[in-house]
Design a protein around this ligand. Structure first.
Ligand SMILES: Cc1cc2nc3c(=O)[nH]c(=O)nc-3n(C[C@H](O)[C@H](O)[C@H](O)COP(=O)(O)O)c2cc1C
Length: 169
């Protein structure tokens, strides 16, 4: 299978964004991480798009507060060397400006440890925030989406990012 879009969501924003990406990426399949029994189901996918919110503000680990937090260990011990991974983070750049989309970094470090090729890094230029653990070497390690404050920017951000992913996948 080419594209699988995975998401976990507490109040529905991340699910809504994953559904939008599902429409933008032809032949992609959508799956709730809650329904994922075994991480090894995923390493036959060419490209994974992983969508994650941040809820556990400032935490060292388990920042998402969703079922993603229980998957990181299994991801690290699975071989993803034939898989490309794009990350999408949901967060609030105003109320949680020092911790903006922090959970994306846990997906990045887990899939990197598993040998995956991380794709879809995003410039920080279009965002106003104080700090984020998800900025690596000057770029966001995935696409931040802020439905709380900047929902009017979401469609363009998703469209541009999906085009970037489709070009390199
Ligand atoms: C108690 C609480 C803690 C939050 N912590 C963070 C945070 O640390 N960083 C961040 O960027 N957003 C934070 N958010 C914002 C959520 O990540 C954001 O609303 C997101 O869209 C929720 O996605 P979901 O509806 O898929 O769960 C927090 C929201 C609440 C209510």
């Amino acid at each position: 299978m080419s594209f699988k879009i995975l998401y976990a969501s507490s109040t529905g924003h991340t699910e809504y964004i994953a559904e939008k990406l599902n429409k933008l990426i032809p032949n992609s399949k959508l799956q709730d991480v809650d329904d994922l029994e075994d991480i090894t189901e995923l390493n036959n996918c060419k490209t994974l798009i992983c969508c994650i919110p941040t809820w556990n503000t400032g935490a060292d680990e388990g920042r998402s507060g969703t079922s993603w937090d229980q998957k990181f260990e299994a991801i690290r011990s699975t071989d993803f060397s034939n898989t490309s991974v794009g990350i999408v983070g949901l967060g609030d750049s105003a109320a949680f400006s020092k911790y903006f989309c922090d959970a994306m970094e846990e997906l990045h470090s887990s899939f990197s440890a598993a040998g995956a090729n991380i794709i879809g890094e995003v410039s920080t230029e279009d965002y106003i925030y104080d700090d984020s653990k998800s900025v690596i070497d000057g770029m966001f390690c995935g696409l931040p989406i802020d439905e709380d404050n900047e929902s009017e920017k979401t469609d363009d951000r998703l469209r541009n990012w999906a085009q970037q992913i489709l070009k390199i996948s």
